[in-house]
Design a binder for this molecule. Structure first.
Ligand code: IMP
Length: 199
């Protein structure tokens, strides 16, 4: 089965490709494979709404079953921020590194037990069956007090799993893919495709 992974984020795309690679019934296409350069505004109020907006948009452009993901980091003491605004937190002008620094600054007065956070991944699939398919994965941990590691992307250098003391950016992509929020949402999504005999 051909599936479009509709994301412009290379960090996510690399993880998607590796996680899907073991399923030989699925051939993945990227937006650049299909020469789709259009962008869509994420105007939703939830991860689910944004994932659906992106999946609908790129399914209309491509005509092949399309998976889109909306993901982000929620920090409990910041009222769930950056949440759905994770990719543009602090303004469009900031890069990933500057966004991690902004979080470290906002968290500087919170001590260890009060630094809890979670990553969320919500996948929406359009074009697989009549209705949309949704799946969700969570990864719970806490915010470190400084950046660590060079792997991964986004907020990985400041996020640490509970009961560990090295950031996600210290893990290899394969190690991260075994436990990540994205791995969990993709596994659930694939289970739905298999249960409904779509793949
Ligand atoms: P979007 O889903 O494209 O709107 O963006 C999700 C944003 O959440 C990314 O740009 C990252 O800032 C953050 N994010 C999502 N998943 C991860 C992850 O696995 N590691 C680090 N940051 C992530």
């Amino acid at each position: 089965m051909n599936i479009l992974i509709a994301t412009t984020n290379n960090g996510k795309l690399n993880e998607f490709k590796k996680i899907f690679n073991f399923n030989k019934n699925i051939k993945l296409f990227t937006l650049s494979d299909l020469s789709i350069n259009d962008d869509v505004e994420e105007t939703g109020k939830t991860f689910e709404e944004n994932a659906a907006i992106k999946a609908d948009f790129y399914y209309r452009k491509s005509g092949i079953p399309t998976i889109s993901e909306d993901s982000g980091l929620e920090i409990f003491k910041l009222g769930g921020e950056p949440g759905i605004y994770s990719a543009r937190y602090g303004g469009e002008g900031l890069n990933d590194l500057e966004r991690t620094e902004l979080i470290l600054e906002k968290m500087k007065d919170f001590q260890t037990p009060y630094r809890g956070a979670q990553f969320i991944s919500v996948i929406c699939g359009v074009g697989f069956k009549k209705e949309k398919i949704f799946s969700k994965g969570l990864l719970k941990g806490y915010i470190l007090d400084k950046k660590q590691g060079l792997n991964g992307f986004g907020y990985d250098p400041i996020f640490c799993l509970n009961n560990e003391n090295l950031s996600l950016a210290c893990k290899s992509i394969d190690e991260k893919n075994q436990i990540s929020h994205r791995r969990k949402s993709i596994d659930k999504f694939l289970k739905i495709l298999i249960k409904d005999r779509i793949v």
